[in-house]
Design a protein around this ligand. Sequence first.
Ligand SMILES: Cc1cc2nc3c(=O)[nH]c(=O)nc-3n(C[C@H](O)[C@H](O)[C@H](O)COP(=O)(O)O)c2cc1C
Length: 209
Amino acid sequence: MTNLFPPAPPLGTPMLAARSSAEARKTIALRRSSSKRCLTEPGPDKTALDELLTVAARVPDHRRLAPWRFIVFEGNARDAFNARAVEIQKSENPNATEVMLADTASFFTRAPVVIAVVSSPNPTHKTPVWEQELSAGALCQNLLLAANASGWAGCWLSEWIAFSPGINQLLGLTVDERVAGYIYLGTATDNPQERLRPDVSSKIERWTA
Ligand SMILES: Cc1cc2nc3c(=O)[nH]c(=O)nc-3n(C[C@H](O)[C@H](O)[C@H](O)COP(=O)(O)O)c2cc1C
């Protein structure tokens, strides 16, 4: 482990229910995704990534099903994925243009590391699949925050590869599994700007009986 994060304490250790931290507040309040065009080497190595995935997996998880898993793309495996993805795009989308295919040909080489966070729900469990899928979404966000807090830039993309039967087959997903997000991690070549924010107050109501 890189020891950037404290290790998980032994089972049953008394834990704090809240942990006030100005740095954590800043990381959350000022979080921004990196552009997919602004990620370069270096990215987290195996040790650092294993640690990031370990802390990211500390998500709310109804009935402790751990209904997610990871597929990591690094090094030459990214080029191999890109080549297969182009072939799949050609076969699934006859309208794919040369520009679209060229874009796909560089998908996973846009960052040093790409992690497919796979939502892997148990459809027969009494915990609704929706709740299991939400846990995978929470994990994606946790991963971005953990990466940012460790100095890595990142973004959460889906693009067509998250909805392609051919890609799902290539990755060995079961019929119940879906990619919750492809998380791209690396070093930022450029810093993002603040983007337009929704008026959150317009989305808040106070329920009265
Ligand atoms: C499930 C999910 C899928 C996304 N897929 C894409 C995508 O395919 N392409 C894209 O440009 N942004 C995508 N985004 C949005 C970016 O990750 C990012 O949130 C957005 O650019 C706004 O930047 P911010 O996260 O800094 O607010 C996706 C977000 C989510 C939650």
